[in-house]
Design a protein around this ligand. Structure first.
Ligand SMILES: [Zn+2]
Length: 101
């Protein structure tokens, strides 16, 4: 089976719809996202997330997420480095007045 074309983003297996349904069923269509305090979201899920982003479409690398958590995770993945850089550059450089000449 040859991959056609190719943006990384579009690389989903031909039976993705079936895999997706299976993941949602396995996770009882409830969001599996675990917050930093250990609580699990549990909201109704209609999205399937790749735990490790990439081409691993195995059940072990997939989980059900609600739209909010999925959007939040995707935003974090794409923007962590940029966000950190932004915070750093936006923060005004503060020099203690006593140290200025
Ligand atoms: Zn959620």
């Amino acid at each position: 089976m040859a991959w056609q074309g190719s943006t990384r983003r579009a690389r989903l297996p031909s039976d993705w719809a079936r895999i997706r349904r299976r993941v949602l069923r396995r996770d009882s269509s409830a969001c599996t996202n675990e917050f930093s305090d250990g609580r699990v979201c549990g909201e109704p899920a209609n999205q399937v997330d790749h735990i490790v982003p990439g081409d691993d479409h195995s059940m072990a690398n997939l989980r059900a997420l609600c739209a909010w958590c999925h959007a939040h995770k995707s935003a974090t993945e794409g923007g962590t480095a940029a966000a950190q850089k932004r915070v750093r550059t936006e923060r005004p450089k503060q020099t203690h007045p006593a140290l200025e000449d």
